[in-house]
Design a protein around this ligand. Structure first.
Ligand SMILES: [Fe+2]
Length: 239
């Protein structure tokens, strides 16, 4: 048999991506005034409560306690609206086109993350949420000579697969997120990530938001096909 029997293949026709991980990076326009107000509000909160919520994933720096998204300042409510717009837009995108209306409620938990020289976040996930959405307020003034200073990096979740790559292909897409004021970056909350040590002057300020998505089922039939739910009021026994 001659090798002419083997024809070229249209790979694009046959290829699909398996285990895709959606991320969204969007630059909100006209955000200078908003970011200035957010900076003032967040730094005022820090001055009034220098302990914040203590140490979580952050090595140094300050994180606000409570749910930032419930703060009354109008600039915070703009961030809330932006988070809602992005997440509802993504939900619309991932729903099957079957003509069915579906209702979702977003439960958002947010905090301010303030880093100064030397501060960083160890590798972590955001449990009990579906999407995590980071809004960038201020990049500070990172030292240009220090690689990755203050940059968020997502860790490839495919364990051993991430060491079998060919450089400069879609297989080794950089997972670093630049700090640009007004940028909003969404990623799955299960994705491990870290923030490289911020080396420089000024303050790096971001607002992470954890978004829990709750679907409301309208009809008895839909309830029948939905996962079972149960609600109880519990108190710890201390055992
Ligand atoms: Fe995080």
């Amino acid at each position: 048999m001659s090798d002419k029997a083997v024809q070229d293949i249209d790979i694009g026709e046959s290829m699909s991506m398996l285990f895709g991980t959606p991320v969204i990076s969007y630059q909100w326009p006209d955000s200078e005034e908003l970011n200035q107000e957010l900076t003032e509000v967040i730094l005022a909160r820090e001055r009034a409560d220098d302990q914040g919520r203590g140490i979580r994933s952050n090595a140094g720096g300050w994180q606000s306690r409570g749910n930032l998204i419930s703060w009354p300042e109008p600039c915070i409510q703009v961030v809330k609206k932006r988070v809602e717009t992005m997440v509802f837009g993504l939900l619309r995108k991932i729903l099957p086109e079957d003509g069915t209306d579906r209702t979702f409620t977003l439960v958002i938990d947010s905090w301010a993350n303030v880093c100064r020289n030397g501060n960083y976040n160890v590798t972590h996930t955001h449990p009990n949420a579906l999407w995590s959405v980071v809004y960038y307020v201020s990049p500070g003034e990172p030292d240009e000579s220090v690689p990755y200073s203050g940059l968020l990096e997502l860790i490839d979740p495919r364990e051993s697969a991430n060491c079998i790559q060919v450089a400069n292909t879609v297989l080794d897409t950089p997972a670093l997120v630049e700090n640009v004021p007004g940028k909003m970056f969404l990623f799955p909350s299960w994705a491990n990530h870290m923030v490289h040590p911020f080396v420089g002057s000024g303050v790096r300020i971001s607002i992470p938001n954890n978004v829990h998505v709750v679907e409301k089922f309208k009809t008895p039939q839909a309830q029948h096909h939905s996962p079972g739910t149960a609600t109880r009021t519990l108190r710890g026994t201390g055992d």
